[in-house]
Structure formats: C-alpha cells, structure tokens
Write a protein that binds this ligand. Structure first.
Ligand SMILES: Cc1ncc(COP(=O)(O)O)c(C=O)c1O
Length: 441
C-alpha cells in the first residue's frame, strides 16, 4: 500500500526534500542532471550558471578533473576504512596539510562528515576541554541572533534563525544569544561596515549575567552566510576575541562557508587576523564532491586532552570520519587551490565583483541593501504587499529561468559564484540579474 499519490501536489512524495517547500517544488521541479565548471545542466538540457557554487561548496567549479580522478582512484583502492582504532596514511597527510594551511596554533584536525557535525563536535570538544581542566561547571554556550550552525541539536541551540528552532522544543539548556551586529546605518557598505564594533560589547553584558565561570564557548560565523551575507563591522571580531580570552571562554569560528577561499584566503580567521580556539569547516574542504567536515583545534586544547586523559581521550567520532573517498577529494581540492591560484583569483577580482553587485542597485528601487566581501554577496529586496519572500522568491525562480542559479533566504538573494569565476563571468551574472530584477518588477 502506498499513499504517495494522495497529496495532490506530492506525486514525487517518496523523497522528502530538505529545506525545500516540497509541494511547490514537486509541482514545478528544478531538476539537475549534470554539471561542469561554472555550469549545471538541467534534465531538459538547459545550461545554468551556478551563481551559488552548489551550496557554497564548489570552489573549483564542478567536476574538477583532479578531484574527480582522485575519488575514482581511491574508490578502487581503499573504499572504506574505519577511523576507530585504524588509520590510513592519507588522513594523516590531509590533517598535516590543513594544519599548515590554517592560521597559528590551529594544528589539530578532527574529521566529520558535514558542517552540522563539525559544530556539534566543536561544542563537545569545548565542554570536555573545560571539564578536563577542572572547570566542568563551564557548560553554557553563547551564539548569536540570526546565526546558522547547522541542524543538529547543538547547532540549532546556538543558532539564531527562528524557523530552524521554533518547531523543535528540546534544545541545549543554558544557551544565550548575542545581538545581531548589523543595523540600517550599515546598509550598502562596501565590504566591512566602518562602525559597529561596539556590538561585541554586548557579550560583556551576557557574561556578567551568567558569570564567566559558567560559560564554555562563544560561537559565531565570522561572516554570516545563510541568514543573508552580513559582513562583520571593522574591529568586531577582534573585540570578541579579546573579551572571550579575558574570561577564559573559548571562541569558535564557524567557517563552514568561509573556509577555503570564499574570502580570498584559506580562512576568515586569516583574512581578519583573528585566531579562534576552534574552527569548523566543511563544504569547500572537498570542493563539495564528497561530504566531509572538520574541526581544527588549537594545540592547547588538543594537548589538554592528550595530557589529561588516559586511553580514548575523546569519546566522539563518526563511522565515516576521515572516509577515504572524502579524504582523497579533500587532498586533491586543497592541492588545486594552491596550484591553480584560486584564493589569488578571488583577491584579484573581489573589488570588481563587489562593484558589479553594488551596481545592481541601479537596476531597480526594490533593492534596499547590498552586502559583499570576497566572493560572497547579497541583495535584500523589498516585499510585494508586505509578504515575506514575495519578491525574492520570484527573483530566485526567474533567475533560474534566465540561466542563473542563485540562493534565496528570506528577502535576500545571495550570489556566491565558484572561486574560479573571472571578470567576464561576473559580467554575465550581473547582466542576467539586471534582466531578472527588471522582469520581476
Ligand atoms: C556556518 C554554517 N555552519 C554549519 C552549516 C551546516 O552544514 P551542513 O549542511 O553541512 O551540515 C552550514 C551550512 O550551510 C553553515 O553555513
């Protein structure tokens, strides 16, 4: 017996799609069949520019030959290996490469399979770290309004996007949230807003409320991604670092989107010159070709575990941690980023990209705010008849029909092309956006 046909728009009901209005999608599906470089191809054979890099993943574009070949070769050699009590040499090699790539003392890598798992892993590492040091009462976490840290219970607890939390009552206890460091005075800033660092001082208020001795860690996205690309005001992250350090609280940077070139550097931490205690990564780690995430920990944290616990130092891990295919993809991607000057390409063209995106304001008065940094950008659109997402979702669909894949989140359209994107491709993106915005009107 099946009831798959009962729901009139749900003829494709067997697949319960994530973060998707299932009924609307299944009534008018957008189906992709293949991809290459900057383009994806639909099942009808239409080529679409991937203006969202998959989902912030495909830094090298799609089907990069070095990544594809590495996965192919690995699949025929060691298809799977447990990471519990066994290792394979490439996992150690990848950890070494990442330790060299990431700033300062972020020298120890724990492998996961996604951004959500990386976040929950980082939160657990923070709790364990304090406990081993004899400060087991430090159990609170501080996140931020509008933060996105994946969909695990830890991630939604420290996250601050309402829809991701409101349906799911049970969350981590003892979590508080800092205010969102953005206001109308920062609208249309090019890159980092000049003022706004004082938003970090709100952390002192929250710390005073709970007492520092109860707080394990503060977690933020250095650049807010999923909520619509919000760039930190100048000095804001540095101040967060100073305050957390002063109170013995760990600082976690969730770099699932920003790690590996999105900002023209290996990490946002490097770009902003602020070193967290723990850093989460995923997405471009493998160019998105095989699921993989990672947490980088400062040596002081790793050494606390190594010196403080006998036997299994961290009771945590995943069946697919350091999966050989993911590791092969990550090694190939990391090498390609260096060999092919991918971060340099973003740095060379960031100004051009930012100016092109800001110029879209001229296309229509419906654009109320434009934000950019590196190859991340977003346009906020006014609503039609005050209905949330009324204009942005139309722009998202029309852009797709016009040959451009973008990301819609609330009233915001995010444009974040693969990091191999050149100036002529940026022109193409903005031409398609101007046409789209005018057509939607
Ligand atoms: C900052 C951040 N953290 C965590 C996640 C969750 O990653 P995943 O979807 O791989 O679980 C995302 C995903 O977009 C993200 O942007």
């Amino acid at each position: 017996m099946t009831d798959r046909g009962l729901n009139k728009n749900d003829k494709m009901g067997a697949y319960w799609m994530p973060f998707t209005p299932n009924k609307a999608f299944k009534a008018a599906p957008r189906m992709l069949e293949s991809a290459d470089g900057l383009y994806v191809t639909t099942t009808e054979g239409r080529k679409i520019f991937d203006g969202s890099s998959g989902l912030w993943c495909s830094a090298l574009g799609h089907n990069h030959p070095k990544v594809t070949e590495a996965i192919r070769a690995q699949a025929g050699k060691l298809d799977y290996s447990t990471a519990f009590q066994f290792g394979h040499p490439q996992a150690f090699e990848l950890a070494e490469i990442l330790a060299e790539t990431l700033p300062g003392g972020l020298n120890h890598l724990f492998f996961t399979n996604s951004g959500s798992e990386s976040v929950d892993t980082a939160l657990k590492i923070a709790l364990g770290y304090h406990r081993i040091r004899g400060e087991g009462q430090r159990t609170r976490f501080i996140g931020r309004f509008n933060g996105y840290h994946g969909v695990g219970f830890g991630g939604i607890s420290v996250g601050g996007m309402v829809n991701n939390r409101k349906y799911f009552g049970a969350q981590l206890p003892g979590v508080d949230h800092m205010p969102f460091p953005y206001d109308a005075s920062m609208h249309n800033s090019f890159g980092q807003p000049e003022s706004g660092a004082q938003y970090a001082d709100e952390l002192e208020t929250i710390i005073a409320l709970h007492d520092a001795s109860t707080i394990a860690a503060v977690i933020v996205e250095p650049v807010v991604g999923s909520a619509g690309v919000y760039v930190p005001p100048k000095g804001y992250l540095k101040r967060l670092r100073e305050i957390t350090k002063k109170h013995g609280i760990l600082l976690i940077f969730d770099e699932v989107i920003t790690a590996f070139g999105r900002l023209g550097y290996a990490s946002a931490s490097e770009r902003f010159g602020v070193e967290p205690d723990l850093m989460t990564m995923a997405k471009a780690l493998t160019n998105g070709a095989v699921p993989m995430g990672a947490v980088a920990a400062q040596s002081a944290i790793y050494n606390t575990y190594m010196d403080g616990v006998e036997g299994v130092e961290l009771f945590h891990g995943y069946t697919y941690s350091a999966h050989p295919l993911a590791v092969a993809a990550a090694l190939a991607a990391q090498r390609a980023y260096k060999e092919e000057g991918i971060y340099e390409n973003v740095r060379e063209n960031e100004q051009y990209f930012g100016e092109a995106i800001h110029a879209l304001k001229d296309a229509h008065s419906s654009i109320t705010d434009v934000r950019n940094i590196g190859y991340m950008s977003a346009l906020t659109h006014s609503r039609i008849n005050d209905v949330p997402m009324s204009r942005s979702s139309k722009i998202f669909q029309r852009a797709y029909e016009n040959g451009l894949k973008v990301r819609v989140s609330g009233d915001t359209i995010a444009i974040a092309p693969p990091l191999i994107t050149k100036r002529r491709d940026i022109d193409l993106i903005t031409d398609m956006m101007v046409k789209t915005i005018k057509e939607v009107d």
